[in-house]
Design a protein around this ligand. Sequence first.
Ligand SMILES: Cc1cc2nc3c(=O)[nH]c(=O)nc-3n(C[C@H](O)[C@H](O)[C@H](O)COP(=O)(O)OP(=O)(O)OC[C@H]3O[C@@H](n4cnc5c(N)ncnc54)[C@H](O)[C@@H]3O)c2cc1C
Length: 438
Amino acid sequence: MAATDKGASRVLIIGGGFAGLECARTLAGDSRFAVTLVDRTNHHLFQPLLYQVATASLAAPDIARSIRQILADAPNVTVLMDEIVTLDPVAKFATGSSGGRYDFDYILLAAGARTSYFGKSEWADHTLGLKSLADAQGIRRIVLSNLEKAELTENQGDRRRLMTVAIVGGGPTGVELSGAFSDLVHRSLRTNFRRIDTSKLKIVLIEGSARILEAFDEDQSEYTRQRLKEIGVEVWTGMRVDDVRKGSLHFTDGTVLEAEAIIWAAGVEANPLTAMLGVPLADRAGRVTPNGDLSLPGLPHVFVAGDLVRMKDADDKPVPGLAPAATQMGRHIAKLLKEEKRLEQGRFADKKLDLRPQFRYLDKGFMAIIGKNHAVAKAGKLKMKGLLAWFAWLFIHIAFLIGFRNRLSVLLGWAFAYIRDNPEARIIVNPPGTKPQW
Ligand SMILES: Cc1cc2nc3c(=O)[nH]c(=O)nc-3n(C[C@H](O)[C@H](O)[C@H](O)COP(=O)(O)OP(=O)(O)OC[C@H]3O[C@@H](n4cnc5c(N)ncnc54)[C@H](O)[C@@H]3O)c2cc1C
């Protein structure tokens, strides 16, 4: 195996999301590995709370942290901000848009997923996705700016369009966004405007199949639909989008919905770098199926993890596209590399590939919040809904924010504002149509 001057194996990690960061953290401090983590942004993002940034409950820095800072104490890990544009798994190098070349002995591709428009990429011009901080800030800016414009205009038609938010995709992201927009206009902004009644904001959640939250049980889907109705969200199921134009959604049954803000939460596809791995793609979403140890067939030095993977684990259970699954995969790969290093130096050197452990996913369940005080959760046979599930959500996310922000005062500020329905993150920076000030 090639190595650095000091004999360390070069590990290239593409992506500082849940999978990549966990792999780097597990290898941190182990001088047998020279790790390079490349991410096109300078921060690790906690995507499960993106919708709170989009709906003005949290500010961007609350859910993102500098990758460089997280790994500051690991001398064997180098963090670089660059976008990987090519990848050659056989010649063992990747290149970045900066012109940089990254040679490796092992590589982990953990570049996640991006918003999918089912082959209609032109729809992206008229919709807002929710995958990055920029997306979340864009949604917040446009929805808040539309309310400002609605307050200004006397034209009832314009006001109706400005005060309609369409959310396509009835999965957890769509449900959480709809509930949070309802909270925003019914609770937080209730007394802020004089000419418009913000509680009249029309929020439409659109799902192509027969029910929302398909991954949950049917009674939980029905509970969610009822709860959304109670808080003023219209739920349209069985409605397939045929076309998206500026300010309007067109459905296959001829229905047209005019909405100034159209949010696309209908699906994701793997990062296009998977096409450079030289293995067949497992589905139309561009994901790849690795061996049970998370390496690729015929390429034992190439690993994949997180949202760009489609696989069943060692117990034949499908591994979901969730943060805990990505984290567990990243950790599995790092532990495997460490163990392999040990074997390499011992008498099992020729057997190391046969001895590789297979990935086993520990299912921690999933949940969706439906506005304040209500949520649904499912973990194995355990099911929860209502206030209890909401408290479980709050507990888990507060625990996360404590670890993430490391400042109890900021956390308490958020919790206080959240409970009082008075979030601070409502400032519109660079309203649509203006140029940033340098
Ligand atoms: C709105 C939303 C809500 C969610 N809610 C939940 C939830 O409640 N619970 C849950 O468990 N999961 C949730 N998820 C899913 C969860 O966030 C993902 O499963 C998880 O982030 C996958 O981790 P990953 O490491 O594969 O990818 P990511 O975390 O997406 O990280 C990928 C990283 O790769 C970087 N990257 C991409 N391309 C390149 C490139 N070419 N060069 C360099 N770097 C690159 C990106 O900048 C990013 O940092 C949610 C996702 C979204 C979008």
